[in-house]
Design a binder for this molecule. Structure first.
Ligand code: ZN
Length: 146
């Protein structure tokens, strides 16, 4: 429980609920080609990324996307609106995008290969997961890199 001070009033704010993510972004972000400055970035958190993946890439309705993420439809609409605003800001102003942070959990174990940087899912819950692309055992949990 957090207490927020606004003027002379005190509000008790609930911590944000965790949102379910099926697939993490395959890259850490995007850099614009020909941009003057590569230092400016807009941060899209993982629940915002997931809302774009579900609504725009998979063409799900907002109701379907909300169910998949375990949030209400109004919450999904708010997350999705913020995400689209950030993408528009990056496109129009020519700044990069970074995928980072968010109050999320994954529906299964995701790993990143240290050797080849590929992402893979341990959907069989193997005791010794290895990279499905290069076979390396040098991996780390994707959740640790958020
Ligand atoms: Zn690999």
């Amino acid at each position: 429980m957090f207490i927020i001070f606004v003027g002379k009033c005190f509000f008790m704010a609930r911590p944000k609920n965790l949102r379910k993510i099926e697939n993490p972004p395959p890259v850490k972000g995007f850099h614009p080609t020909g941009a003057d400055s590569a230092e400016q970035l807009v941060i899209i958190n993982l629940e915002e990324y997931e809302s774009i993946r579900l609504c725009d890439f998979l063409s799900l309705s907002q109701e379907e996307a909300a169910l998949k993420m375990g949030v209400s439809r109004p919450t999904l609409t708010r997350i999705y609106s913020i995400a689209r605003k950030k993408v528009a800001e990056a496109f129009v102003t020519g700044i990069g995008i970074v995928f980072e942070g968010g109050k999320v959990y994954f529906d299964s174990d995701w790993y990143k290969c240290i050797r080849c940087s590929s992402l893979f899912n341990n959907f069989l819950h193997s005791e010794s997961p290895h990279c499905s692309l290069c076979g390396s055992l040098e991996i780390r949990s994707y959740s640790d890199s958020i």
